[in-house]
Design a protein around this ligand. Structure first.
Ligand code: ZN
Length: 277
C-alpha cells in the first residue's frame, strides 16, 4: 500500500508577478480558482499570501478571510495555511490575519538574508506569533531558511512555545540562505530526528530546484511543496499554466517512490491537526 505524502501548493507568494507569469493568481477570486484546480490535481494543503491591487504583499485580514472562505467552500477539507512572511509587512500586522483562524500558519524562527534584503524576524516577534498560534490552536509550519532556525524551533518546543509534534519546512536554494544540496537535506533531517523525534517535515526548492527537491523528499519519506510562489516554470523555460500544472508534476512523481498524494483527511491526521470544520 503506497504511503501518503502531503502535497502543499504555494499559490502566490510575494515575488512572482503577472508579468513574470500571467498564471500567478493575485485577486482573491483568482487565488480560490487556482487553489481549487491544484486541489483537484492532488494538493492537500494551500500556503497563502495575499497581495494588494498593485500586486504588493499585503497583510489585509479581509483578503485572507475571503481566500480562506472560498477555499473552504470549493476544496472540502483542504488544509489552509496563512503566511506570516515579511516582505513589505512589519511587526504585529504580520499576525493580524491569524485572528481568522487558519488551520496552520508559517513561522520563521530566525532572520536570514535574501538575495537583496533581510528577512527579519526578531526574537520578540517570533515569540509573539508563536503565542498567538498556541492560544488559537493554529499549527505552525516552521520555515527553516537557515540552520539556526531548526535549533531555535527545538528550543521553543522545550520552552512550551511550540506544541509537539512540530512540522518543519526546509527551504532550499534561495541565494544567501540554505543551498539546495542533498547532503544538507540529510543533515537537516538527521538533526531534526535527534532533537524532535516525532516531528514531520517537508522540503522545498526554489526555481529549477523545485522538482529536484520534490524527488529528494519522496526518497526520504518527507512531504512535498510546489507552486508558483517558488517557481513559475513547469519545465526548463516553459512557463507553468497554473499551480495545478506544478502539482500534477509532483503527484506524478509519487508512484516512482511507492507514495501517493495524501487526501486532506489523511494530511490532517499526519500533521495531527483538528478535523476540517
Ligand atoms: Zn510563502
Amino acid at each position: 500500500m503506497a504511503e501518503p505524502t502531503i502535497i502543499t501548493v504555494a499559490i502566490t507568494g510575494s515575488v512572482p508577478r503577472k508579468k513574470d507569469n500571467p498564471a500567478v493568481p493575485v485577486e482573491p477570486e483568482e487565488q480560490i480558482e487556482s487553489t481549487q484546480r491544484a486541489f483537484e490535481a492532488g494538493a492537500a494543503l494551500a500556503h497563502i499570501h495575499v497581495r494588494d491591487k498593485d500586486e504588493n504583499p499585503s497583510s489585509d485580514p479581509g483578503r485572507f478571510l475571503r481566500v480562506k472562505e472560498g477555499v473552504m467552500k470549493h476544496c472540502p477539507g483542504m488544509i489552509i495555511q496563512f503566511s506570516t512572511g515579511g516582505r513589505g509587512r512589519a511587526g504585529a500586522e504580520r499576525w493580524q490575519p491569524l485572528l481568522h483562524d487558519p488551520d496552520m500558519a508559517s513561522l520563521t524562527t530566525g532572520s536570514v538574508n535574501f538575495p537583496a534584503s533581510i528577512y527579519e524576524n526578531t526574537p520578540q516577534l517570533i515569540e509573539e506569533m508563536a503565542k498567538v498560534m498556541l492560544e488559537r490552536d493554529i499549527k505552525p509550519e516552521i520555515e527553516v531558511f537557515d540552520l539556526a532556525m531548526l535549533y531555535n524551533a527545538h528550543n521553543m518546543a522545550e520552552k512550551g512555545l511550540l506544541r509537539r509534534p512540530i512540522h518543519c519546512q526546509f527551504v532550499m536554494g534561495i541565494p544567501n540562505a540554505l543551498p539546495a544540496r542533498e547532503k544538507t537535506l540529510d543533515f537537516l533531517i538527521s538533526e531534526l530526528r535527534e532533537l524532535e523525534p516525532d516531528a514531520t517535515w517537508a522540503a522545498m526548492g526554489i526555481s529549477r530546484w523545485q522538482i529536484v527537491v520534490n524527488e529528494w523528499c519522496l526518497k526520504r519519506g518527507g512531504h512535498l511543496r510546489t507552486g508558483l510562489e517558488d517557481n513559475i516554470y513547469r519545465a526548463k523555460g516553459v512557463l507553468a499554466t497554473g499551480n495545478a500544472d506544478l502539482v500534477r508534476l509532483a503527484a506524478d512523481l509519487c508512484a516512482k517512490y511507492g507514495r501517493r498524494p495524501a487526501t486532506p483527511a489523511e494530511a490532517r491526521m499526519i500533521l495531527k491537526l483538528r478535523p476540517a470544520t
